[in-house]
Write a protein of this length. Sequence first.
Length: 303
Amino acid sequence: MLPPLKPIAMKERISMIFIEKGQVDVLDGAFVVVDKTGERTHIPVGSVACIMLEPGTRVSHRAVALASRVGTLLVWVGEAGVRLYASGQPGGARADRLLYQAQLALDPQARLKVVRKMYEMRFREKPPERRSVEQLRGIEGARVREMYKNMAQRYGVKWQGRKYDPTDWDASDVPNLCLSAATASLYGITEAAVLAAGYAPAVGFIHTGKPLSFIYDVADIFKFDTVVPVAFRIAAQNPPQPERQVRLACRDAFRETKLLSRIIPSIEEILSAGEMKPPEPPEDAVGPAFSDGENLGDAGHRH
């Protein structure tokens, strides 16, 4: 009998791949994409953080089950990856960490401390004293708009502000299309890391009320160091397929900056700023899906 599967740590995985126009299935025990001619392309599903499924893709039950078993996030996106429709969550959040996250979000003082830490990590300076979460959100918005403007000037891109219509993405200009494609890529691998660490995507601190609020919170910390420069650089070139060029460039940027290895430790640092002790898991808690001996418990493994 084959030994049980052991998940690859999130920090050691490929960040993402995109699949379009093919049947995703498991054939002869391998995760494959079959095109209309019957040609198979093997995908190393267990070594990928998330797989972006574009229009024209069909996924079998066996493929979804295998992706879940090895801890790979499936994300259904629109054409060029600039719309996010749904995602398949493998494993699920851990109750102890979810409760810890919720405690911090529900305590006004702890939440403010977490938000201040996010601000400090994003802008590399401490935020103004005696400001509420709403006031810090306003200050952050103003700074972000200025950063977009400065980035556009650096790359020689005509910039008219961050404007896009979720119901009509193609109506956006090239810089906004590039930014949408870049941020969708960042949100995908951020969600994979958040789920791997056992937290809930919907329980945010700066962003609230949306299914991916915490994803936006965490991704924003890295956005201007990774995907935003890529988006403006590609926009300045005005290629015929800007979204595709952005996706490929983002994948390279994630690898070069070792982003996956940084996200989970950053989450722990952010939440520790709330100065609350994480709750101990109950004795009757369901254990991790995979047993990896003494090394299990690495936060980079899905549970």
